[in-house]
Design a protein around this ligand. Structure first.
Ligand SMILES: Cc1cc2nc3c(=O)[nH]c(=O)nc-3n(C[C@H](O)[C@H](O)[C@H](O)COP(=O)(O)OP(=O)(O)OC[C@H]3O[C@@H](n4cnc5c(N)ncnc54)[C@H](O)[C@@H]3O)c2cc1C
Length: 231
């Protein structure tokens, strides 16, 4: 049996190798989308032709989105707690996660590969800053992660239950969850999270998801590339 904290075969590493997102499974293809759009005519096709690609583009362009909902993806995500918090705001996903009420093994913590400064004109944004990106600050973050872990282990050793002891673990704790979403809502997620408005860390995951799904939906990816997006 494979442990959930191990990346599946088809995965992309992010956050300087500390996190990853993997494609566990998917249902449907671009042919499913055009077939769903044509259900009203009672005709099914097995292969896409150029007219289907035009139809696919028309559906996206005109926000005729329900045919896209027939394609579904399941991802396995290994990310810091604060990224998981942002991800869970997307109510159209279904989630399951390792519970720290059940296990205290395999605890890992994120240390940012580079440290950014607070943006001066946007309260929720950050900016690259070479003078701030110093090894000793990263070391302090890493040390703090380890101190939290030591306290957690001390509490467990004293007999404190896992569900209370976990309260001392920091936002940098890595968690692993499965997330399932249909293509329409995934495109919405990618639009919001692979954006310059999104935090760098979650943006890494969104960009990685694009790489994972591009071979399954190449013409959808081409459509967005034609609009100037990077896939
Ligand atoms: C850059 C950025 C900054 C953010 N900053 C903050 C912040 O400071 N504070 C904060 O609290 N949140 C913040 N958020 C989270 C944001 O408000 C959304 O909760 C999150 O992006 C999920 O978007 P969504 O609701 O469209 O997605 P989903 O929940 O996946 O929903 C997809 C779509 O389904 C429809 N839908 C889903 N549920 C409902 C419903 N109950 N009723 C009606 N329609 C529904 C909507 O059309 C929605 O757009 C931020 C998000 C981003 C991308």
């Amino acid at each position: 049996m494979q442990h959930l904290n191990i990346a599946p075969d088809n995965h992309v590493k992010v956050l300087g190798g500390q996190g990853w997102v993997g494609l566990i499974d998917h249902l449907g293809t671009e042919t499913t989308i055009v077939n769903a759009a044509r259900v009203s005519f009672g005709r099914l096709k097995e292969k896409m032709d150029y007219r289907d690609i035009t139809l696919l583009e028309y559906l996206i362009e005109n926000k005729h989105t329900s045919p896209l909902e027939h394609v579904v993806f399941t991802f396995s995500v290994h990310c810091p707690l604060f990224v998981r918090g942002q991800w869970h705001r997307h109510r159209t996903w279904s989630f399951n996660e390792i519970s720290r009420r059940y296990t205290e093994v395999d605890l890992e913590f994120y240390t940012p590969p580079s440290i950014r400064a607070q943006s001066e004109n946007n309260r929720q944004a950050s900016v690259a800053n070479s003078t701030l990106d110093r090894p000793e600050l990263k070391q302090k973050i890493s040390d703090h992660n380890m101190k939290s872990l030591a306290l957690y282990e001390e509490l467990l050793a004293a007999g404190v239950c896992r569900e209370q002891a976990r309260g001392v673990l920091p936002q940098n704790m890595m968690v692993t969850f499965w997330g399932t979403v249909d293509l329409n809502n995934l495109l919405h997620f990618l639009d919001l999270r692979d954006s310059e408005h999104a935090q760098w860390e979650i943006r890494e995951y969104a960009a990685a998801i694009k790489k994972l799904i591009k071979p399954i939906i190449p013409n959808v990816a081409k459509y967005f590339e034609s609009k100037g997006q990077i896939w």
